[in-house]
Design a protein around this ligand. Sequence first.
Ligand SMILES: C=CC1=C(C)c2cc3[nH]c(cc4nc(cc5[nH]c(cc1n2)c(C)c5CCC(=O)O)C(CCC(=O)O)=C4C)c(C)c3C=C
Ligand SMILES: [Fe+2]
Length: 475
Amino acid sequence: MEAATSHRILPQLNVRSLNHNSTSLCSQARLPSTFCNTTKVSLALNSNSNDKKIGVDGGLSLSCQSQRKEFIGKTFCSVSTGMYPGISIESDSHITEEKIGVLLLNLGGPETLNDVQPFLFNLFADPDIIRLPRLFRFLQQPLAQLISVLRAPKSKEGYAAIGGGSPLRKITDEQANALRLALETKEVPANVYVAMRYWHPFTEEAVCQIKRDRITKLVVLPLYPQYSISTTGSSVRILQDMFRDDSYLSRLPVAIIQSWYQREGYIKSMADLIERELQIFPNPEEAMIFFSAHGVPVSYVEDAGDPYKDQMEECIFLIMKELKSRGTNNEHTLAYQSRVGPVQWLKPYTDEVLVELGQKGVKSLLAVPVSFVSEHIETLEEIDMEYKHLALESGIANWGRVPALNCSSSFITDLADAVIEALPSAMAMSTSNTTSEEVENDIFGYVAKLFFGSIFAFVLLLSPKMLLAFRNHVL
Ligand SMILES: C=CC1=C(C)c2cc3[nH]c(cc4nc(cc5[nH]c(cc1n2)c(C)c5CCC(=O)O)C(CCC(=O)O)=C4C)c(C)c3C=C
Ligand SMILES: [Fe+2]
């Protein structure tokens, strides 16, 4: 599969330090010293897109004019800060006002029950969610239509149980505003935009606003701590499609933070929440810490090289290490929830483990949602209702759940730091970001291909004659 091959190289490209740019930028732009830290970003993006969404101006070409018409009146989350005094960089012969933008990537969720089926269509029409072989790509949209219609009643039930819609947009807007304020406190004023993958405000809307605001430097920050092809990968892929074909966007310096699960601020914020919630149990030290992550199909990890599972395990290790350093030595386990469809998903499955733990005599359990930083249907309905019910039925007497990070201040402060650290690495997509080592490898690869290709062609050319000669000789 094409998508599988292109994604496989992503994990290796995860860490790219582009600090050779940072000294000059920091001195010219008079940015705070924190700008000059090492960053983990990558500008490696994948191309492959023919996904069209319901609710967005069809296709991916960015005619913001027509989009403006379509989205007028809809709440677009751009937290505007106006101009940025004191930050300017000299480029060639003129002074350019630096206007920093932060683009938050998120999944999006239906706001009403009527939105559920079209939201599901957008989700299943994504070739990074239903990964069809290239030959069968023409089936993507009809399949998405079919699956979304079949899935809608079950999803609607879930959304109805949490008040008739997803809280994701409201929480993400609040996070955007909190991040803007945190950046302002750190003397890095920025516009913060929300780009949802499957519902409003769509990524296309956010990118149009970035163009209108004439942003001069952009940091892309996914609200997923761990990288997966199905989440960050998918959003980044459509961004690349939009940026590649646009003269302004292709020249805009961009830094993409691919994952940030290992950041100290995030790990400590998670440990704080867990510690606080453990105190509610009658015997806190006896409660099992039960990390529940959103699953992905096994094929993502095994065939497409999705680093999601490895990053999740490392993340849990780091949180537990932090807790141990604070004297919290509770037992813990990790399981995966929210599987959809008939294929194998990452194991163990949350529902099965809960039953097993109950049977084994575990009496107190603290559920910790770990793949997502906002409350959403899978925390509010799946964990708080379905899994709680299952756990109590299976013999677990004391149940607790750690809230999502949402806008907790230590977490938002850490996101602001991540943005500031990434800024010096921002690079235009149109400029080649190939290192000399990669160029050498490319040349070496080219020569090797030429050499072996020639031998192969030579053998092919001669083979009928060789075969004939061999047959004449032997027979
Ligand atoms: C890290 C987080 C997520 C991963 C990985 C992920 C993969 C993934 N999801 C589906 C299918 C569905 N996901 C749905 C909702 C949903 N998914 C995430 C996060 C991840 N998904 C969130 C935060 C949400 C909730 C949004 C909200 O409205 O609050 C849904 C819809 C709900 C439902 O019907 O259960 C589906 C369907 C797949 C197939 C997949 C990997 C391939
Ligand atoms: Fe999902």
